[in-house]
Design a binder for this molecule. Structure first.
Ligand code: ADP
Ligand code: MG
Length: 681
């Protein structure tokens, strides 16, 4: 084994207390972390001729300074430096943000090498990398790392170089020979070195292939280990709900279930009524009525004498679920509790006590539910809403709270079945493929220019009819670099343009209490227009809202747009969605077109798989599928499937848990506490 395991980053020259803290914020604490801090892209410094460069493409050019540089300051510490540069036959404007000191080095006739994004129409290059003189021959492919204010990309590059020099034998192989040879993978050391300093595409491809496989394998081993924990612990509980009682609950609902809802209810109740623990993914498009399915399953658990839990990704959503379910359950004398981060002190203590005594039968909350002090008397069913927002660890933790509770995961992100199996382990999948009857298709419009006056008129009409509106903006405050509308401005503008109506503002920086208040007045129609950042994205249900306006819509991914649009059209009235977007690139335009053409989430996902701008529909953060450093679940799907099969095989092999050659693969499992849970340590 590695004897120098986990050397602290301070072993490197130049890493003092301050830099150490900055690096820690990036998750870099040890040398291992540094090596595993892979670039998210590469700057290609091969010189190009602007004649061959597409609009909005990243490019490196060489040229000569043709004008005196112009420096402007704005905001607190923000500056913008512009200079005219002649490159080939192109006279262009180079823009440099927040690098005022470069002004001195820009003399007329000076040769410069500039890397940046090319705006063809304006003939401008917004520079991300800049130096005077000829291009640096060494660094044709320079790694770019995601960094924060206190650490530059250059710093990371130099630390990594230093680490390779000082600790050449630090990186040890963690895959057994058999796997390396089966897939013809290069060794770990070589792969890590290449990923940080590739010489060419072919090398990079080999390195990436090796590291992607490793990432997937580690992930799949974790899933399989969880599965073993589930199996190893006691058998599942059989929740035999009284059929008649459940039917009574269903007929007491304010509407009749759709056929699809009926089908998934019966799938779920059958699972619950069996000895093995339920492990089911319920997918259904936004607005398909998943909440009520959760309610029925929870009712069944409670009527059989168990407690139930419902976990939601945001406080707003947890609050909303608590209100709705309380209303549904009150006639049946079932007690519902709400636990979020903002329930504190005595209130929290009482709640937890009642939970342990079984006085609270259904607990709803955010990830506050998985904290150790939350103990149930007899947990029978766990439902997680918008499941894709939670990580494997969080899911697992809630499961461990019960002896062997049934688990239902709900998601609106449609995932192809094969992928779902690989990502979520061995789940069963139920699908609601039908919207409640009487819904009108949401009319979606894409407007390119700023036609805000017309939108306001339209909004007025909807408000006059007693309806409400959401207006979504990407940012809260103004930002110089991003030419996007911001919530504060829009809020001010609309307040003025809509006398007699109340316009409120909602964003992530409000405290949970403030959010509650805003949401509450919106629900009670004391607020008519809600200007918001994306905090209302997931799950929020206010059926009276008929209009959704999304500013800078092209900045959002397809799944997010679909989720946002899904906030309207939740009743039987006509609803509208207006997408405001310049959509400069072809991909953006395609995205807007898809949104106007269909409201079918499954179709949109199919579209997107074809279109496949990476990190778009299944986009990194937005969709919340597990994030990998290098791997991409769509592009690398085959590797994912292979890694899954290997993981299944490995955990069944007794040698895997003992032999040295597998130690490198066991290590991450031990670090997440999984081997302890399996009583293997
Ligand atoms: P999602 O699947 O996006 O979570 P919700 O559960 O929030 O959707 O349901 C959306 C809306 O549809 C809610 O107002 C809900 O009361 C309503 N609804 C659910 N099922 C039906 C049904 N069978 N008939 C009519 N309305 C329904
Ligand atoms: Mg929902």
């Amino acid at each position: 084994m590695n004897t120098t395991l986990h050397l602290p980053i301070t072993k490197l020259r130049g890493v003092g207390p301050r830099l150490k803290e900055e690096l820690k914020l990036l998750g870099i604490i040890t040398i291992d972390d540094l090596f595993a801090y892979y670039p998210y892209r590469y700057e290609n410094y091969e010189l190009r001729d602007l004649a061959n460069v597409q609009d909005q493409e990243q490019v490196t050019i060489m040229g000569k300074v043709q004008s005196e540089p112009l420096l402007n300051y704005y905001g607190k510490k923000k500056s913008r430096l512009t200079v005219r540069v002649l490159s080939g036959s192109y006279l262009i404007t180079v823009i440099l943000f927040n690098r005022p000191y470069l002004k001195r080095s820009l003399r007329l006739g000076q040769t410069v090498t500039v890397t940046g994004k090319w705006d063809r129409n304006r003939a401008t290059l917004t520079s991300s990398d800049f130096h005077t003189g000829q291009p640096d021959q060494e660094a044709r492919w320079a790694p770019v790392y995601s960094v924060r204010a206190g650490v530059s990309v250059k710093k990371i590059r130099s630390l990594i170089n230093q680490a390779f020099t000082c600790f050449p034998d630090y990186i040890e192989e963690n895959l057994p020979d058999e796997l390396l040879s089966t897939y013809k993978l290069i060794g770990k050391k070589q792969a890590v070195r290449t990923i940080h300093t590739p010489k060419d595409q072919t090398q990079l491809h080999q390195a990436r292939r090796r590291l992607v496989y490793e990432e997937f394998l580690n992930y799949q081993l974790k899933l399989q280990a969880y599965k073993r924990i589930r199996r190893a612990s006691s058998k599942g509980i059989r929740i035999s709900a009284d059929q008649e009682s459940v039917q009574r609950f269903i007929s007491n609902l304010p509407f009749a279930l759709t056929q699809a809802q009926k089908r998934v209810v019966s799938e779920i109740l059958t699972d619950m009524n069996s000895d093995s623990p339920m492990n089911r993914l319920l997918q259904g498009d936004v607005g398909s009525g998943k909440t009520v399915i959760a309610a029925i399953a929870l009712y069944a658990a409670v009527s059989a004498g168990y407690q139930g839990a419902l976990m939601a990704p945001t406080e707003i959503l947890a609050q909303q679920h608590a209100e709705n379910l309380d209303e549904l359950f009150r006639p049946f004398r079932i007690s519902v509790g709400l636990l979020t981060g903002s329930v504190r002190g005595t209130k929290r203590k009482i709640l937890l006590d009642q939970l342990l005594r079984g006085h609270i039968q259904i607990l709803i909350g955010t990830h506050a539910l998985i904290q150790p002090e939350v103990e149930f008397k007899q947990l029978g069913l766990v439902v997680t809403d918008e499941q894709h927002r939670f990580g494997v660890g969080q899911r697992g933790a809630l499961r461990l709270k019960g002896k062997e509770p049934d688990v239902l995961y709900m998601t609106a992100t449609p995932i192809p079945r094969t992928l779902a199996l690989s990502v979520f382990g061995d789940m069963d999948v139920s699908t609601i493929d039908e919207l409640p009857g009487g819904r009108k298709k949401i009319k979606t419009y894409w407007v390119q220019e700023n036609v805000i006056d017309r939108i306001i008129n339209f909004m007025k009409k909807e408000l006059d009819r007693g309806r409400q509106a959401y207006v979504i903006c990407p940012l809260i405050e103004e930002s110089e670099q991003l030419d996007v509308q911001n919530a504060l401005d829009v809020h001010a503008q609309l307040s003025q343009a809509l006398p007699g109506y109340k316009v409120a503002l909602m964003h992530g920086k409000l405290t949970p209490d403030e959010k509650d208040q805003v949401m509450d007045s919106f629900k009670r129609r004391q607020v008519h227009v809600l200007v918001s950042t994306t905090v209302v994205e997931v799950g929020v249900n206010v059926p009276n809202v008929s209009l959704m306006v999304i500013y800078d819509a092209d900045r959002f991914g397809l799944s997010q747009l679909h989720q946002l649009r899904g906030r309207v059209g939740r009743g039987s009235d006509q609803a509208y969605c207006i997408l405001l977007a310049d959509a400069k690139s072809e991909t953006s335009r395609e995205k807007m077109r898809m949104m106007t053409e269909t409201t079918d989430g499954f179709k949109l996902s199919g579209y997107d798989l074809k279109l496949r701008g990476p990190g778009d529909f299944f986009g990194k953060k937005q969709s919340g599928l597990p994030t990998f450093k290098l791997a991409d679940m769509i592009h690398d799907y085959r590797t994912l499937a292979a890694a899954r099969d290997d993981a299944v095989r490995l955990v069944q092999n007794p040698h895997f848990w003992r032999d040295d050659r597998y130690a490198g693969l066991r290590e991450p499992l031990a670090e997440s506490g999984l081997t302890q849970l399996l009583h293997l340590d």
